[in-house]
Ligand binder design. Structure first.
Ligand SMILES: *Cc1c(COP(=O)(O)O)cnc(C)c1O
Length: 502
C-alpha cells in the first residue's frame, strides 16, 4: 500500500492512481449509481436507525495505513446508503427536497475531477464563462432584465444573507462597512410576512441589523403579504424615525406555497425607496410551468432574487443562486482590495471576479451541473415536469376534498398541500365530538407512523395553530398514482395508530 509507483507518475498509489485504477473505481461507483436510480422507487424512504448504531459501524481512529477503495465502497453500500433518507423517492414529500438527476451527479464528478475553483475569471476562464451562461439561462427562465447578473452559492440561506448585505450597503454606504452597524444613526427596518423563511431573520441577526428590526407584515386569507399592512407599517416606522430599507416578497412560501403579490410589492418598494428582494428559493422555477407563470408577474422588478436550483431544478445539493438587477450596487458591498487578489487583466470580462458579488472567495464549479442539466433536458422537459408536479398537488387536494376521512387545511399553493386525517368522531360537523387538540395529536402520531413505515413521507406545518400533514411535490418521478398511494399509506398509518391506542 505504501509503495512508490515506479512509473512517471511518481506519487503515492492512493493519491495518484494509475488510469486503470481510476477506471476501476469509477466503474464500480457508476454501477452503483445506475442501480440506485433504477431501484429508488422500491427503497424504504427513511432509514430506521440511530446515531448510536451508525457510530458503531462508522467510528474508528484515524487510519494510519490506507485500505482498498473496494472496501470503502462496501461501507458506502452497506452502511451509508441504508442509513440515508432517499429524497429522490417519488413519494418523498417532506420539506422542499429535490431528487437530483443522474446527469448532474456525473457533472459533479467531472467538476471535481477538473477541480476548477471559481473566485474569478483568471482562475477558471471557461468555467466562469459557463457560470455566466447558466445564470443567463436562469434569468431567461425567470424573465429578468438582460442587465441583471448573478452567481451560484451554497444555498438559499446564503443568497438571502448576501442580498440583505447588499441592500444594507446601498442604504448605509461605507460607514457601516468601516465602523460597524452602530455607525448608522437610525434603526433600520426590514419587512417580511409571517410566512417568510427564517434565514432572513437569521441574516438580520448576523449582519447586526437585529431580529427586532424585522417587521412581520400581516397576510391575507391565501397567506400572501397584505400590501396595505406593509404600507401602514412603513409609514409608522418612518413617523417614528426608523429607516425602512428592505422588503422580502416570497415566491413560494415553504409552509403553503403562497406567492406574494410581486407587482404590488414592487410598487410599494419603489414608492418608499426600499430594496425589494424576492425569495424564490422554492417557487422560482415554477415560472417555467404555464399554469403558474402569471403568479410571477413583477418578479423582474426585484432588486435581487434568491433561488435554489437544488430544489425545483431537481439538482443535487448544493446549489443556491442569487441574481441582482443592478450588479454594481452589489459590487460596492462586497468588493475588497487585497494584494493577493489584485486583478491585472484589463479586459473587463477577464478582470471579472465573483468575490465582488458575494461573501465567498473559493467557489466550486456548480455551474457545470446546472448547465449540463438545462442543456441536456431542455427547458421544455423541465417545465413539463414542474407542471406535472403542480398537477399532482392539485390531484391530491381533489382526492382529499372528495373523501370523508381527510380535509384540506389550506388551498394548494404551487405544489404544496396541507391536509389532515379526520377520525370517525370528527367526520360530520353535526356529530363532531373530537376536539381540535385531539385531532392535532392524532395527526402527529400518524405522521410518525407514516415516516417509519417507509412507503410515503410527509413533513408537517402549522396552519392557524392546527397541526397539518404537509407535502411538497418537487420530483420528476412522482405521478398521480403516487398521490393515491400516499393517501392509502396515511390511512394505513391512521389504522395503526388507532390500533396502538386501543
Ligand atoms: C429552502 C428555502 C430557503 C433556504 O435555502 P437553503 O438552500 O436551505 O439554505 C429559503 N427560503 C425559502 C423560501 C426556501 O424554500
Amino acid at each position: 500500500m505504501t509503495s512508490i509507483s515506479p512509473d512517471r507518475r511518481g506519487g503515492h498509489d492512493a493519491l495518484d492512481p494509475s488510469p486503470a485504477t481510476i477506471r476501476d473505481m469509477g466503474t464500480a461507483a457508476l454501477e452503483w449509481v445506475a442501480a440506485y436510480h433504477d431501484s429508488i422507487r422500491d427503497l424504504p424512504i427513511a432509514p430506521r436507525t440511530s446515531a448510536a448504531a451508525l457510530r458503531q459501524r462508522l467510528a474508528e481512529p484515524l487510519p494510519v495505513e490506507g485500505r482498498d477503495f473496494a472496501e470503502l465502497l462496501e461501507v458506502f453500500r452497506d452502511v451509508i446508503v441504508p442509513g440515508s433518507r432517499h429524497n429522490g423517492h417519488p413519494r418523498f414529500f417532506g420539506y422542499v427536497s429535490a431528487p437530483g438527476t443522474a446527469v448532474a451527479s456525473v457533472a459533479d464528478l467531472l467538476a471535481s475531477a477538473l477541480n476548477a475553483n471559481l473566485p474569478a475569471w483568471r482562475s477558471a476562464p471557461a468555467p466562469v464563462e459557463l457560470e455566466h451562461v447558466a445564470i443567463d439561462w436562469i434569468k431567461e427562465a425567470l424573465g429578468c432584465d438582460p442587465g441583471a447578473r448573478g452567481l451560484f452559492m451554497s444555498g438559499g440561506s446564503m443568497a438571502n444573507l448576501a442580498a440583505l448585505a447588499a441592500a444594507r450597503h446601498r442604504h448605509c454606504g461605507d460607514a457601516v462597512a468601516e465602523q460597524g452597524a452602530a455607525a448608522h444613526p437610525a434603526p433600520l427596518r426590514l419587512y417580511v410576512s409571517g410566512e417568510t423563511h427564517h434565514s432572513i431573520h437569521k441574516a438580520a441577526a448576523l449582519l447586526g441589523i437585529g431580529r427586532a428590526n424585522v417587521r412581520e407584515v400581516a397576510v391575507d386569507e391565501h397567506r400572501r403579504m397584505d400590501v396595505e399592512d406593509l404600507v401602514r407599517r412603513i409609514e409608522q416606522d418612518r413617523a417614528a424615525g426608523a429607516e425602512p430599507f428592505f422588503v422580502v416578497a416570497t415566491a413560494g412560501t415553504v409552509s403553503t406555497g403562497a406567492v406574494d403579490p410581486l407587482s404590488e410589492i414592487a410598487e410599494v418598494a419603489r414608492r418608499y425607496g426600499l430594496w425589494m428582494h424576492v425569495d424564490a428559493c422554492y417557487g422560482g422555477f415554477a415560472r417555467l410551468a404555464p399554469s403558474a407563470r402569471p403568479l410571477f408577474d413583477g418578479l423582474a422588478e426585484a432588486d435581487s432574487i434568491s433561488l435554489d436550483p437544488h430544489k425545483w431544478l431537481y439538482l443535487p445539493a448544493d446549489c443556491g443562486c442569487l441574481i441582482y438587477r443592478d450588479p454594481e450596487t452589489a459590487r460596492a458591498a462586497f468588493s475588497l482590495d487585497a494584494e493577493y487578489i489584485r486583478v491585472t487583466q484589463t479586459e473587463p470580462a477577464e478582470a471579472f471576479a465573483f468575490w465582488d458579488y458575494g461573501p465567498d472567495l473559493s467557489r466550486r464549479f456548480r455551474a457545470l451541473k446546472v448547465w449540463m442539466l438545462l442543456a441536456h433536458a431542455g427547458a421544455r422537459a423541465i417545465g413539463e415536469a414542474i407542471e406535472s408536479n403542480l398537477d399532482c398537488a392539485r390531484h391530491v387536494a381533489d382526492l382529499v376534498e372528495a373523501s370523508d376521512d381527510f380535509e384540506m387545511l389550506t388551498p394548494v399553493g404551487l405544489s404544496i398541500f396541507c391536509f389532515r386525517y379526520l377520525p370517525p368522531s370528527a367526520r360530520t360537523a353535526t356529530t363532531r365530538t373530537a376536539d381540535e387538540e385531539e385531532i392535532d395529536r392524532l395527526n402527529e402520531r400518524i405522521l410518525v407512523a407514516l415516516q417509519q413505515a417507509g412507503s410515503s413521507y410527509l413533513s408537517n406545518a402549522s396552519i392557524d395553530g392546527r397541526f397539518a400533514l404537509r407535502g411538497c411535490v418537487v420530483n420528476y418521478r412522482t405521478t398521480r398514482a403516487d398521490m393515491e398511494v400516499l393517501l392509502d399509506d396515511v390511512r394505513r398509518a391512521a389504522k395503526q395508530v388507532a390500533g396502538d391506542a386501543g
